[in-house]
Ligand binder design. Structure first.
Ligand code: APR
Ligand code: PHB
Length: 389
């Protein structure tokens, strides 16, 4: 099989890129290890930057998002006593869209046949070959048969554990990582949200986040030591902890209910450089991970896809080799700025084991400064809604 582009991974990055390339007449195929149901079963965050929404609008795949998504004009920081509202609409003129990432992936999946996007699911043993040449290829096994795709460009959208990043030689690879000393215990429940906007809280006892999927489905998190086991956290224990950490105003509006899903996820900041080597480009979690504090994971994947699509459209449409060569530097410039925001908000909103009374006072003082400074709020707002691509 010959294609102009072979994309590995049919998560949000791979599907978004596949649709964008297909819409520009670029011949591509997406290879996915799992089944469609498995991909949709992954519980993921759901705050979309305006740029991500714009990409779905460009594809004409924004109808359900507009019908079911929740446009938010602001969000809140809480210090255990009060809510500090960041009015992102007034400060930036933009909104964010609260819409489950799984739903965006579903919209991209559902459109693949109508748009003629070829996605091969349950493709196992995917391997990359000759990525430093102009004639790279990808091999995989499907239904017991070996297959090879000859492509001019391969794009690794295969997440943190996929094979693409590993295909780049150690001699050129640079890794940057911070592993956080806590995880997020998340609970999903069919109860109305406690607030119409998100609340990120830094309480003496730790971090909490009140988020939502709809007017009737809520998503909450508390941070826990990495030694904790989810089975040690009953629903009631989680609701009790949320009521304390989110503060009295929010607690008064929490509706308790049974958990539909409950899990602990570790937090890390990670960046791999370069995001291009030879004929291989990397997008999304294949190249970087952010702590979920800034809700940047999916949005950073979307901005990589924007740059990758731009480069490949120029490459195949105008024979512009420089567009592909400059992809990594362009994507990384925005990656690092999102990494910084996610790291800084994580640092501000969590209690670190090594922190003493002085560090706690620094956090309280910074929240107090944010509460009193429009400039500080504007800085947070412009990062939260997404810096320009
Ligand atoms: N072969 C084929 N597919 C693979 C392989 C492989 N060897 N390894 C992984 N994959 C697939 C996974 O099954 C998954 O569907 O690649 C896809 C990667 O998707 P994500 O992990 O969702 O990564 P990405 O598309 O970059 O999304 C980035 O969205 O997942 C959220 O917030 C999360 O930050 C993340 C963001
Ligand atoms: C979520 O709704 O799951 C969510 C929202 C915002 C975040 C992280 C997770 O920063």
């Amino acid at each position: 099989m010959k294609r102009q582009v072979a994309i590995i991974g049919a998560g949000p990055a791979g599907l978004l890129l596949g649709h964008l390339l297909k819409s520009e007449g670029i011949d591509c195929v997406v290879l996915e290890r799992q089944s469609p149901d498995y991909v949709l079963s992954r519980i993921r965050a759901g705050v979309l930057e305006q740029g991500t929404v714009a990409m779905m609008e460009r594809l004409g795949l924004d109808a359900r998002m507009k019908a079911e998504g929740l446009p938010h004009d602001g969000f809140n920081l809480a210090d255990g006593e009060r809510l500090i509202r960041i009015d992102i609409k007034a400060l930036t003129g933009k909104q964010v869209m609260v819409y489950g990432q799984t739903e965006m992936t579903r919209d991209l999946m559902d459109a693949r046949e109508a748009r003629g996007l070829e996605v091969i699911y349950q493709a196992s043993d995917v391997a990359l070959h000759d990525i430093e040449s102009d004639t790279p290829s990808v091999t995989y096994t499907k239904d017991g048969a070996e297959h090879r795709i000859e492509a001019r460009i391969i794009v690794g959208c295969d997440g943190f554990h996929g094979p693409s990043r590993q295909a780049i030689p150690a001699s050129v690879a640079r890794h940057f990582e911070r592993v956080y000393p806590f995880g997020w215990l998340g609970i999903l429940s069919d109860v109305p949200p406690c607030n119409h906007e998100l609340i990120y809280a830094n309480h003496e006892r730790g971090f909490a986040l009140a988020s939502q999927r709809s007017h009737t489905r809520s998503r909450y998190y508390v941070d826990v030591p990495l030694t904790e086991k989810v089975e040690d956290w009953s629903d009631d224990r989680i609701w009790d902890e949320l009521a304390i950490r989110l503060g009295p105003d929010a607690a008064a509006h929490i509706t308790r209910g049974p958990s539909l899903e409950k899990s602990i996820a570790p937090l890390r900041s990670y960046v791999f450089e370069p995001m291009r080597h030879g004929s291989l480009l990397l997008c999304g979690d294949a190249a970087h991970i952010v702590p979920p504090t800034g809700a940047k994971g999916l949005n950073l994947a979307a901005s990589d896809v924007h740059y990758a699509a731009e480069a490949l459209i120029a490459f195949f449409g105008r024979n512009d080799a420089e567009a592909v060569i400059s992809y990594s530097d362009k994507a990384l410039a925005r990656v690092w700025k999102s990494e910084r925001f996610s790291w800084s908000l994580t640092r501000l909103m969590h209690r670190f084991p090594e922190d003493g009374p002085f560090e706690r006072r620094m956090q309280v003082a910074e929240l107090d400064y944010i509460a009193s400074s429009e400039a500080a709020q504007r800085s947070i707002a412009e990062n939260y809604v997404g810096l320009p691509v």
